[in-house]
Design a protein around this ligand. Sequence first.
Ligand code: SF4
Length: 228
Amino acid sequence: MKQVHEILPPGLPFGDLMDALSGVHRVYERAALEMAAFRDSSGVACPDGCGSCCESFIPDLTSLEAGYLAAFLSRAAPARALELALDGFSEAERDEPHCPFYRSDAAHCSVYEGRPLICRLFGYSGVRAKDGSSSFALCRRMDALPGRTARSWKGEDLGRELGAVPPLMSDLASELQAVRPNESPERRLLTDALPEALRKVLFLAGFGAKDPGDEPEPEPLAPMPRAG
Ligand code: SF4
């Protein structure tokens, strides 16, 4: 995973916001490490080229995550960032069943390095029950693990059978919230939250005064998230 200064706009006067976005980045890094450890020890893997998680899905995210994605987009695709800040997503984009950043022709996420936590955990996230125990189930698109018939595990079986516990969305979401405890934990659809976050980020960055020119849409930045 890249360093935060490679993803977010460098040297911009974000002040407290930049500190908070660095905190978000650290949580994302931790999610990536936990996921890699789980994938390596368990053998759980998304099918090659699968983009099903994004096909009928619009992610929801907190305002801080929206700020992270907005800052990422303002660096990676300033023209698109300004367009979204001014006009929001078009009606056609909102009518699509899939995420507006999903490239269905190539099964790619076009904002891969800025995507929200929920997208980073696609396919590999466990669930924590009220009693504190965790569980994990293979996605229906995943093959069974070699030599096994079980497709779900819970409690002590999870670590024993798969060699590691998967990242838990609830735990990582709590860590995100701890980055800025006073920030609202409300989650909103990306299509609603991102334009608002972009207006704030572009205002703070002073991008609004610049002409971003006719920059093309960014190429997909990385292969489709196989859970991140
Ligand atoms: S991974 Fe990217 S394309 Fe897929 S739902 Fe998340 S933001 Fe959208």
